[in-house]
Design a protein around this ligand. Structure first.
Ligand code: ZN
Length: 405
């Protein structure tokens, strides 16, 4: 049994809990972005990759209860229904989302997240096989899906979904790499999702001399051409030399979001974050199947089983918000979380449905509860608001990001 702080009624008298968040220093992070955007100190000059806002065990936020600092998970566990709402407590039994600021200086691995059914099945199987959760070859860390939304704070380059097959074929015909000729001919003959699956699996399974030769010829072409998608491949080759993921920009859509644009990352869809700073909100899961640009374990068979081989038209990648009263609300096809950007709020009345996290992006924000409690949160800092807070007012001259359920 973990030690919980003693339940005191005074904890529940707060409506706003300022948060202190964990910063993850992953190697691909930016040493300057959080400082530039939010004035967050980084005296040691370490890469700062992600700010985690939530109750995830690998980086739980601390909250100020007025009397003390305590883990957000401890606070919520005192009374799930009170803090999360009856409905969310019953359905999820925990804060169902993790909210992040993410700053990539280097590309993250290409990845696919399983859907809910695949995650449940895969998790159960690996549990039965007795594979430890911490094992490098373990695919499923939990039985949950991991849909994601990303909202750009700076220019934000990513890969998302397969290009149309004729585009893929055009790229590989131009390359004309002898080691890939058979794969390309087969895709040419069978352009169905089955054909695309075989092609993708064939590329990722390249090994030894043929992999080395294919990559050498790819980089030769990239140096000769040097623009567009090939400039990206060259940049990635400096970060991940000798990695089959270097072919990915020829197969996957490459997109650069402008600040304020957003994109949804569907389950079963290959994607990678390449460079930039953005907000990310996701379901509470850590299930990742990797597909290149990584020194980590890659289970190609499981990856192929969890990938939907459907092409995604480039013009369908942006997620358009529904605009109303200076609120941009993003339509999310899952129930784990909702996300909105509130522009310029003057005594804006908000009503909680479940637990929410607010993050002012441009200016400090003032919150007021009808009972008189007020709270000022600087830009780049966040606040946890329980379901029982119900109605409150927001004043902020800039944008406020709202993660809620
Ligand atoms: Zn992802």
């Amino acid at each position: 049994m973990s030690e919980l702080p003693i339940y005191t009624p005074s904890l529940l008298q707060r409506f706003f809990y300022p948060m202190t968040n964990v910063i993850q220093n992953y190697a691909w992070g930016s040493a300057s972005s959080f400082n530039q955007l939010f004035g967050i100190e980084n005296a040691s000059g370490e890469p700062q990759a992600e700010i985690w806002m939530g109750a995830h065990p690998n980086g739980c936020s601390m909250v100020n209860t007025g009397a003390e600092q305590t883990k957000l998970s401890h606070l919520i566990n005192q009374d799930l229904s009170l803090f999360l709402s009856e409905k969310v407590a019953q359905r999820f039994g925990e804060l169902p989302y993790l909210f992040k600021v993410l700053a990539a200086d280097k590309a993250l691995s290409i990845q696919v997240h399983p859907n809910k059914r695949q995650a449940e099945h895969g998790y159960e199987l690996e549990q039965k096989q007795g594979i430890p959760l911490s094992a490098g070859h373990r695919n499923y860390k939990d039985p949950n899906h991991k849909p994601e939304l990303v909202y750009a704070l700076t220019d934000y380059t990513a890969m998302n979904g397969f290009r149309p097959v004729d585009e893929i074929l055009r790229h590989f015909h131009q390359l004309d790499i002898p080691e890939l000729r058979q794969l390309v001919n087969e895709l040419n003959a069978d352009q169905s999702s089955q054909g695309l699956a075989s092609f993708f699996a064939g590329l990722l399974s390249l090994e030894g001399e043929s992999k080395e030769m294919a990559l050498t010829l790819l980089l030769l072409k990239a140096e000769l051409s040097g623009d567009g998608v090939y400039a990206l491949i060259l940049e990635l080759s400096r970060q991940y030399p000798n990695d089959v993921g270097l072919f990915a920009p020829l197969l996957l859509n490459v997109i650069t979001l402008s600040p304020g644009q957003a994109m949804f990352l569907d389950a079963e869809t290959p994607h990678a974050y390449i460079k930039g700073t953005g907000l990310e909100i996701m379901a509470n899961s850590d299930n990742v199947l990797r597909a290149g640009l990584t020194p980590k374990h890659m289970d190609v068979k499981e990856l192929i089983a969890c990938t939907k081989f459907a092409t995604k038209p480039h013009e369908s990648l942006l997620l358009e918000p529904v605009q109303k009263d200076n609120i941009s609300e993003y339509p999310i096809p899952v129930e784990d979380f909702r996300f909105a950007i509130l522009q310029r709020s003057a005594r804006r009345k908000v009503t909680t449905q479940g637990a929410e996290i607010l993050l002012p992006l441009d200016e400090a924000m003032t919150l007021t509860h009808p009972c008189g409690e007020t709270c000022v949160i600087d830009k780049g800092q966040s606040v946890f608001i329980p379901a029982y807070t119900k109605d409150y007012l927001i004043d902020c001259a800039g944008r406020v990001a709202r993660a809620y359920s």
